[in-house]
Design a protein around this ligand. Structure first.
Ligand code: PLP
Length: 398
């Protein structure tokens, strides 16, 4: 009889991958499935980035690189952050890792242990709560409010801080809601955090380049008073349509960097070399492909928010960023998980139940609009027909 460590029972998962598997299985049976479940751009990685990766392999970049990443890549990250956020970050603070998730995992391993508390957004990216529990720490949810564009409330968050709070996780623009926290709320939070110097902040800004009219992305790096305890999570997956390359980075405060790098050395040694060269091309090359992709998301967002709001029982707030819509579906009379299952099985549209993102996601469904406009139109049409059939059946039953 094998005995796994007790913490293994605490590890959760990301339902998007389960839904993807179910959608693929249905497709293999010959069903037509529109996948609005998975959170990845439906665009190919821009050609100049692919070419740089290919060239790196041809040029013989086949060995280990420094654990923290190739210097020219870390310099490109620092220059990019200066361009986008106007902040001075040293290349020595950049830890290049295999995907955005790794910075999250390392921050939680660094601060989480039994007795510690970690504040995290709920509904939020499911891996936060999963890894908090895995670390032994206690997850303390900070609710996001639909009526506030799925922002948190700074006073409420600050009131949840105790002497045991080690880490606060922020994510804006957010998965699964698409919410972008307004500057005023972040300012209030940042000011309040000055009274709690024992709390580190993990700011997940993986969707920072996907913000739409009326919304704004504010980086936590722009608050000098917090500079010695903000860990920034960002990467290439979403901005450059590079989810499968596995490339991300953390900006670590100087005092934490050596510990984070040690985790990297113990875990993966370094990111594969060719991918790092592709990452340099992404940051230093033409930005037009990314701009076009974001413009396409903006157009789809306009469509889907309007179309979802027109569905019976649906109410959809306008997301400020990312590529997700998170409609409230309580008015349909179905709970989120039932609706997710029936939409996939009966109409062939994959979405994700809000409960996959935490208890406060109950009553919502996540739609990824990283799919073509015709696919979105077809999906909404199928759902409308199905909802009407349910209504008619209910009316007949009287
Ligand atoms: N953070 C958030 C909020 C995400 O939605 C995702 C991916 O869906 C990640 C991090 C992880 O990104 P990566 O694929 O680069 O690990």
């Amino acid at each position: 009889m094998l005995t796994m460590a007790g913490r293994m029972a605490q590890l959760g998962t990301e339902s998007a991958f389960e839904v993807l598997a179910r959608a693929k299985a249905l497709e293999a049976e010959g069903r037509s499935i529109i996948n609005l479940g998975i959170g990845q751009p439906d665009f190919a990685t821009p050609a100049h980035i692919v070419d740089a990766g290919r060239k790196a392999l041809a040029d013989g970049h086949h060995g280990y690189t420094p654990a923290n990443g190739i210097l020219s890549l870390r310099e490109a990250v620092a220059a990019d952050l200066h361009r986008r956020h106007g902040v001075a970050v040293s290349p020595d603070q950049v830890l290049v890792v295999p995907g955005g998730k790794v910075t999250m995992f390392f921050a939680l391993l660094m601060f989480g242990e039994p007795g510690a508390e970690v504040l995290y957004p709920n509904p939020g990216f499911p891996i936060y709560e999963s890894v908090i529990r895995f670390s032994g720490a206690t997850p303390v949810p900070m609710p996001l409010y639909e009526e506030a564009g799925f922002s948190f409330n700074a006073e409420e968050v600050l009131a949840k801080i105790t002497p045991r709070t080690r880490l606060l996780i922020l994510n804006s623009p957010a998965n699964p809601t698409g919410g972008a926290a307004p500057r005023s709320e972040l300012d209030r939070l940042a000011r309040g955090l000055e009274r709690h110097p024992h709390v580190a902040i993990l700011s997940d800004e993986i969707y920072s380049e996907m913000v739409y009219d009326g919304a704004e992305h504010v980086s936590l790096l722009t608050y000098p008073a917090l500079a010695d305890r903000v860990i920034l999570l960002d990467g290439w997956s979403k901005t450059y349509a590079m989810t499968g390359w596995r490339l991300g980075y953390g900006i670590w405060p100087k005092a934490l960097f050596a510990a984070a790098e040690r985790l990297a050395i113990n875990c993966h040694s370094c990111v594969n070399a060719a991918t790092q060269y592709a990452g340099i091309a992404a940051l230093t090359g033409p930005k037009e492909p990314s701009r076009k992709m974001v413009a396409a998301f903006a157009e789809r967002r306009r469509y889907i928010v309007k179309a979802l709001n027109a569905l019976p029982g649906f109410r959809c707030a306008t997301p400020g960023g990312a590529f997700y819509a998170f409609p409230n579906i309580a008015g349909t009379g179905f709970d989120s998980r039932t609706l997710q299952g029936r939409l996939l099985d009966e109409v062939g549209v994959a979405t994700i139940s809000g409960t996959s993102f935490g208890a406060f996601g109950d009553g919502y469904l996540r739609f990824s609009y990283a799919a073509s406009l015709p696919a979105l139109e077809e999906a909404v049409g199928r759902i409308r027909d199905w909802l009407e059939r349910q209504d008619n059946a209910r009316a007949r039953r009287g």
